[in-house]
Design a protein around this ligand. Structure first.
Ligand code: ADP
Length: 624
């Protein structure tokens, strides 16, 4: 569109990709978001100084903050988004639900009132019927949300939800609603202009969630019927018109699909008054550039197309690639992305990322690395394209959820479209099971560690990886340290460029040619082998280094990630039972409850308020 861009950045992002891509960039403060990306004053000042005409708030940080929009407008700039008034109308979940109820949009049964006393909420919860869901009224990103199955757990869940909500949003008020068992999350993309017109761009299904957060999204929703689509899109357009909405917005619904998709079984959950992370799947099936529309509408133009001119074709998926450890409850991770390779982009495959090889995933922001977006003529074709794209993705230097995403994309129930928001939890064990390194993976690691994989094969004894010796090939010893322990191997190569590898008592014949073996990446002290979406990390053994420190022993519990100790529930000498809460860690803006792995007596426990690094010993037990 020929529009010049000015990026803002914090200390941590001084060399970030978005800074490099923008025409200009302005530094707005230190790394913590509260001192930079959440400083509305600094962003507005940066915009004024750069002589910008408009501000696009993206989809995080201040994107749904009406006070920020007010400041942008007061500075004489255009805010690329809805009016602050319509953001306010949808900003708090309780008020939004009351408004939608009045407008005739179906809302989840629950209590959305002002009263917050325990007795009141307890009686409301009883009326609604357990299980119930506590939600922070200012909530987002699944934070401040607790499922409660019986009345005895309500008080504890309430205080924990409030604590998290206060820390995250500065507002600890909550609402209580019916917990819908095995629901689907289906949302409708809408667009309004400043002339009172609103259109929808069909639905997205975001039911594949972990920790109430989306990981794979798709459009359209599997199993969608014409009656259901009409009912949902009508409700979404009505919701947007009720608040005089302009710009891009998403109306989220929760759907009880236990008996198929039925027009009387969906309820308004909330409206996101901004562009969504998963908007590319809508772009793929409609051929419409949503950001272009945002800019046009902010520029005072009418909606570029009428409802009849917006057609749906094909199917699209988006997978969110995060630095997180799926096997450890999807714990966010940090690290330097020493190696990063994605499949080639095309009209049916998009890679959206803010990082490049060598960049770090810092503890300051969301640990998302990239989004892979694919489309195909139908759902099966698009899903196959997604699996293949994920399998070609190579990331080394931090744990990622890529192998988990492949397992999900290849899951039979997911392929059948039988997905609800609880599916990942139910199948967590199978979806996050670490695959064992095959002999081909181990061989590739050994070849890479020995350097034999990168040498060219040929008849010339001087350049041949075989080297030269009389009578029989030279054997050299190499070892790598992997998840399954140390592997010592003997390698030799013949003049034809084939390597013989002997390890674990086996004899594995492995071609040196790089294109035949699993791909590998070397990074300081390590190497990673990529196979079927899984990344197998190996430490390259330095024979001169001292023996590594001792492993975690089974009497102590170590911090799974950097963070700080928020609450301590036990002291030295306490006898605790398996599963009992010992302490609560706060890390990456989330609370993590650490429970006793077995019965025992506490010998030492970390102090409340202590800052800890990954691997810090939190609790030790007395020897039985
Ligand atoms: P947030 O704004 O924190 O993301 P949402 O209200 O959008 O919270 O809900 C996030 C997710 O939580 C939903 O997609 C759904 O999986 C789950 N959820 C929300 N409300 C309910 C409910 N009443 N019953 C069951 N699950 C729910």
């Amino acid at each position: 569109m020929g529009i010049a861009t000015v990026a803002v950045y914090s200390d941590a992002d001084a060399r970030a990709l978005h800074v490099e891509m923008a025409d200009e960039a302005v530094h707005i403060g230190p790394s913590p978001a509260g001192e930079s990306y959440l400083r509305d004053d600094r962003i507005v000042t940066a915009a004024i100084n750069a002589r910008a005409e408009a501000v696009h708030p993206g989809y995080g940080f201040l994107s749904e903050n009406p006070d920020f929009a007010d400041q942008v407008i007061a500075a004489g700039l255009v805010f690329i988004g809805p009016s602050p008034a319509s953001m306010r109308a949808m900003g708090l979940k309780d008020a939004a639900k009351r408004l939608m109820e009045r407008a005739g949009v179906p809302v989840v049964p629950g209590y959305h009132g002002e009263g917050q006393e325990l007795v009141l909420l307890a009686s409301k919860a009883r009326e609604i019927g357990y299980p119930v869901l506590i939600k922070a009224r200012a909530g987002g990103g699944g934070r401040g949300m607790r499922r409660v199955d019986n009345p005895d757990d309500l008080a504890e869940a309430l205080s924990s939800a409030r604590r998290e909500a206060r820390a995250a949003f500065g507002d600890d008020r909550v609402l209580v609603e019916k917990f819908i068992e095995s629901p689907r999350h289906i949302e409708v993309q809408i667009f309004g202009d400043n002339f009172g017109d609103v259109v929808h761009l069909y639905e997205r299904d975001c039911s594949a969630q972990r920790r109430h957060q989306k990981v794979i999204e798709e459009a359209p929703a599997p199993g969608m019927t014409q009656a259901m689509r009409t009912a949902m899109t009508d409700a979404a357009v009505k919701a947007a018109k009720t608040i005089g909405y302009s710009g891009a917005g998403t109306v989220e619904f929760i759907v009880d699909a236990s008996d198929g998709l039925r027009p009387d079984r969906f309820w308004f959950m909330e409206m996101n008054t901004r562009l969504q992370v998963e908007h590319p799947v809508t772009e793929m099936i409609t051929g419409i550039d949503l950001v272009e529309w945002q800019l046009r509408i902010a520029n005072g133009e009418k909606l570029p197309r009428s409802q009849e001119q917006i057609a749906l074709s094909g199917h699209a998926f988006e997978a969110r690639i995060y630095a997180e450890d799926a096997a450890r409850g999807f714990l966010p991770a940090t690290g330097t992305l020493h190696h990063l390779a994605f499949p080639a982009q095309s009209p049916t495959l998009r890679v959206e990322t803010g990082v490049r090889a060598g960049d770090a995933v810092s503890p300051y922001y969301d640990p998302m690395i990239a989004k892979l977006v694919v489309s195909g003529p139908d759902r099966a074709a698009a899903l196959e394209a997604l699996s293949m794209a994920l399998e070609q993705t190579e990331i080394a230097g931090s744990v990622t959820n890529v192998a988990f995403l492949v397992a999900l994309a290849r899951d039979a129930d997911f392929a059948a479209g039988a997905v609800d928001t609880g599916m990942i939890v139910r199948k967590q064990e199978t979806l996050t099971a670490a695959s064992a390194a095959t002999p081909a993976v181990v061989s590739a690691a050994l070849l890479a560690a020995s350097g034999l994989d990168s040498l060219s094969a040929g008849d010339d004894p001087w350049s041949s990886p075989a080297g030269y010796s009389h009578f029989h090939p030279i054997e050299r010893q190499t070892s790598v340290q992997g998840a399954q322990g140390e592997v010592v191997a003997f390698l030799s190569a013949d003049p034809a460029g084939r390597a013989m590898i002997r390890f674990d008592g086996e004899r594995e014949r492995q071609a040196i040619a790089r294109d035949r073996a699993p791909r590998t990446a070397l990074w300081p002290g390590h190497l990673t082998v990529f196979s079927g979406g899984a990344a197998f990390d190996y430490i390259m053994r330095d024979p001169f280094a001292k023996k590594a420190q001792s492993e975690t022993d089974d009497t102590g519990m170590r911090a799974p990630m950097p963070g700080f100790v928020k609450i301590v529930r036990a002291t030295r000498g306490d006898t605790v039972n398996k599963g009992q809460t010992l302490l609560v860690l706060e890390a990456m803006k989330m609370e993590h409850t650490i429970t006793a792995p077995h019965d025992g007596t506490i010998a030492e426990i970390a102090a409340e308020g202590a800052q800890i690094t990954e691997g810090t010993v939190l609790v030790t037990f007395e020897q039985a």
